[in-house]
Design a protein around this ligand. Structure first.
Ligand code: AMP
Ligand code: FE
Ligand code: FE
Ligand code: ZN
Length: 289
């Protein structure tokens, strides 16, 4: 029997720790969620589950509900598409193989970008490593932090607007699976897949009606429509498509600590939607702290 649970306080289903490109450890992130008055927090580091243990322990101590998750990198041509995945089995061999491949590709790609930037700016790979915790999923934010430390940019956002922008000529893509394959991998691992910030600039055709229909048939659960980077017009269009296809709508902050202006709880998810996620998630369990 499924026991209906009350969730006390707002529900934020998208946040990053220093296991990827957030600036706080998983325990610090959970503490910050408690201070912000949240009742539920999901940890969704890029392509990694290494923060789950630390966040679980902190959630018990802080009396918060913790939802284990991940933001899985996927790609269609040059468009980067992020897939949130909740409550999957972190030991599923097919999913794990793909996560490992993506993390390795991210590392090689970051080294390549730094080599290119290093031609024009004083910047070395060691500078980037100094900004990265061991085994973290490396991304442009770590390069941004190294550029800031070297005095080439004022903060992460400035680095992204300038040297790390694809127009600057240093940008390199990295391997990532197609969204459809990622959705299937997440479901096969018992997880619940949601497309992250699907109405941001540049995603375009990926969430056109026909491809969305294919993703729904493959097991897509929902769309993260309440997110500060979603643009009004595509968001309205996707809200209609979500209703048409029976997709659930989530909302979240995409908090990165000091690395982004996004604040915990600035967008949240309805308790009824979280209940459906928990019902469908079969690979791991929430922590009710
Ligand atoms: P990457 O996946 O390595 O290409 O880097 C993209 C990541 O950088 C995203 O997951 C964002 O969290 C982060 N990011 C993108 N734009 C900004 C920005 N303006 N300021 C800080 N972080 C950003
Ligand atoms: Fe990020
Ligand atoms: Fe994202
Ligand atoms: Zn994110």
């Amino acid at each position: 029997m499924v026991v209906a649970r009350q969730f006390h306080g707002p529900i934020d289903l998208h946040a990053h720790s220093s296991v990827s490109d957030g600036t706080e450890t998983p325990a610090e992130l959970v503490h910050a969620a408690a201070v912000a008055g949240l009742g539920t927090i999901a940890l969704t580091d890029h392509d990694s589950t290494a923060g789950w243990a630390g966040a679980s322990a902190a959630a018990r101590a802080e009396h918060l509900t913790f939802i284990p998750g991940m933001e899985f990198s996927t790609r269609v041509d040059y468009a980067s598409v992020h897939l949130l995945a909740y409550l999957f089995d972190p030991a599923d061999s097919s999913l794990l193989a793909e996560m490992t491949r993506v993390r390795a590709a991210r590392l090689a790609r970051a080294e390549k970008m730094v080599a290119r930037i290093g031609v024009d700016y004083a910047l070395s790979w060691d500078d980037v490593l100094a900004q990265t915790t061991p085994n973290a999923t490396v991304g442009r934010p770590h390069i941004a932090d190294a550029l800031v430390a070297r005095g080439h940019a004022l903060n992460r956002s400035a680095a992204f607007a300038d040297i790390l922008h694809w127009k600057a000529g240093y940008f390199q893509p990295h391997y990532a699976p197609e969204p459809l394959r990622a959705i299937k991998l997440v479901r096969a691992a018992g997880g619940v897949p949601v497309i992250a910030h699907p109405a941001t600039r540049g995603i375009g055709d990926v969430v056109a009606e026909s491809s969305l229909k294919t993703m729904v048939e493959a097991g897509l659960f929902g769309l993260e429509l309440d997110h500060r980077e979603n643009q009004p017009e595509p968001t309205a269009r996707l809200r209609e498509l979500a209703a048409k296809f029976g997709l659930f709508v989530t909302g979240s902050s995409d908090y990165h600590g000091a690395g982004k202006p996004n604040r915990l709880g600035e967008n949240s998810t309805a308790p009824e939607v979280l209940e459906r996620i928990i019902e469908q998630g079969r690979g791991s369990a929430p922590v009710y702290g």
